[in-house]
Design a protein around this ligand. Structure first.
Ligand code: CO
Length: 151
């Protein structure tokens, strides 16, 4: 495993739309291992492919319910609303409130190419939506209200 460099908001790679993962191979497994290690080292709760320069539909998330690796995720149901504070490892020192669904149901593939479904609420739902947005080039600063900087 190795730490990867996290790109920041000035990098146009964060604005691109990611392609689906096609091969569930060793290279993908290394990427997932590296992404998890990089996320934990940076004290984040989620990290998406483009943030480490990889334009593929993949993210890792851990809000305290264990590590989830989501490949080619699709949000297939949403319910309710929540508004809460967000930050992003690619937008250091920047925070703001974002309104998200309070519940999501996600279909994704695990690292072995097996289809999985998970239902998430509150912080877990928020993190999934935030990471999923990265796969389409959207950053939380695009949709946040009351953006502020904190050093
Ligand atoms: Co982010």
């Amino acid at each position: 495993m190795a730490l990867r460099n996290i790109v920041t908001k000035e990098d146009s790679i964060l604005r691109k739309k990611c392609r689906e993962v096609e091969k569930f191979d060793d290279k993908l497994h290394t990427l997932l291992d590296d992404m998890a290690q990089t996320m934990y080292k940076a004290d984040g709760v989620g990290l998406a492919g483009p943030q480490v320069g990889i334009l593929r539909r993949v993210f890792v998330v851990d809000v305290g319910e264990g590590l989830y690796e989501m490949i080619n995720p699709k949000i297939i149901a949403k319910k309710g609303k929540q508004t809460g504070n967000e930050g992003c490892l690619s937008c250091p020192h920047t925070f703001g409130d974002v309104t998200r669904p309070n519940y999501v149901k996600v279909e994704y593939f695990d690292r072995n190419g097996q289809k999985q479904t998970v239902e998430a609420t509150e912080l877990f739902a928020r993190a999934i939506c935030h990471e999923n947005d990265h796969l389409d080039g959207t950053l939380f600063i695009d949709i946040a209200t009351d953006l502020y900087e904190e050093k």
